[in-house]
Design a protein around this ligand. Structure first.
Ligand SMILES: Nc1ncnc2c1ncn2[C@@H]1O[C@H](COP(=O)(O)OP(=O)(O)OP(=O)(O)O)[C@@H](O)[C@H]1O
Ligand SMILES: [Mg+2]
Length: 251
């Protein structure tokens, strides 16, 4: 479980980009962070693995205060798919997936077995894909490798920062479904960032809606649609639904 307790973050010591937020991500749950650009989604993920530290408040992973843990050890329990940072272009698919196990000094055979297993898991069999370079893969295939890489050391927690953001709607759809299947099998605790409402509703066991560093509502998609907690949440969902309706009316 991940717990945020009254967490705030200021980068410049003046304005708060995260303002006193508290929430829990339950064991085995996908919590989606939804909000517009600049509202603080990536900052929340970065604080979980200590790329940045909170200005005040505390964050606990499985009951332990992360500020009291060694950041390197902490990161071993966390897989991270970074926003906009793809694969290392000069490394093959296998080399990209092997990075963390190699850092952890796993024996060669274990690294090879793990890589084979992971590529199988994300639908890119070793025989066809292990030796290719990122520019020899489609965008969706690259994203799968990024997910495989984040899973390599079998972390309990997975942080995914707009992992399907740059993909076309059809590829995104199929990766979302595959991700749901994968999640069922792996039972990870996931924090998944998106600014796409449909993606949030599709993937989230619960959705946390952020607005300028504040938490507007955290609930299931159904609860949010039925009972938006604030005017901001109501407007956010109403706008998307209205856009779809308007489009349908033009057909
Ligand atoms: N290292 C930094 N130094 C100063 N300000 C920063 C830094 N990183 C982020 N910010 C600011 O903090 C705010 C939140 O940024 P963050 O990256 O968390 O937003 P986001 O919700 O992930 O946005 P996006 O959807 O565009 O990725 C933004 O106003 C951003 O400019
Ligand atoms: Mg971001």
């Amino acid at each position: 479980m991940i717990v945020f307790d009254q967490v705030s973050k200021s980068y410049d010591g003046v304005s708060k980009v995260i303002d006193t937020i508290s929430f829990k991500v339950l064991q085995g749950e996908i919590l989606v962070l939804l909000g517009s650009s600049g509202c603080g989604k990536s900052t929340i993920l970065k604080m979980i693995n200590r790329l940045v530290d909170p200005t005040s408040g505390a964050i606990y992973l499985d009951g332990k205060d992360i500020l009291k843990q060694n950041p390197v050890e902490l990161r071993r329990s966390i897989g991270y798919v970074f926003q906009g940072i793809g694969l290392f272009p000069h490394m093959s698919v296998k080399e990209n997936v092997d990075i963390v196990p190699r850092m952890l000094d796993w024996p060669e055979q274990r690294i090879n077995e793990r890589c084979r297993e992971l590529l199988e898991l994300v639908g890119l069999p070793t025989e066809n894909y292990a030796k290719r370079f990122p520019d020899e893969l489609s965008g969706g295939q690259q994203q799968r490798v990024a997910v495989a890489r984040a899973l390599a050391s079998d972390p309990d927690f997975l942080l995914m920062d707009e992992p399907f953001g740059a993909l076309d709607a059809i590829t995104r759809d199929s990766l979302q479904q595959e991700f749901l299947d994968l999640k069922q099998r792996l039972a990870k605790t996931v924090v998944f960032v998106t600014h796409d409402i449909v993606e949030a509703l599709t993937l989230g066991d619960r959705i946390a809606i952020l607005n300028e560093g504040r938490l507007e509502q955290i609930a299931t998609g159904k609860e949010i649609l039925q009972q938006p907690a604030t005017a901001f949440v109501r407007d956010l969902f109403a706008k998307s639904i209205n856009r779809l309706k308007t489009f349908k009316d033009t057909l």
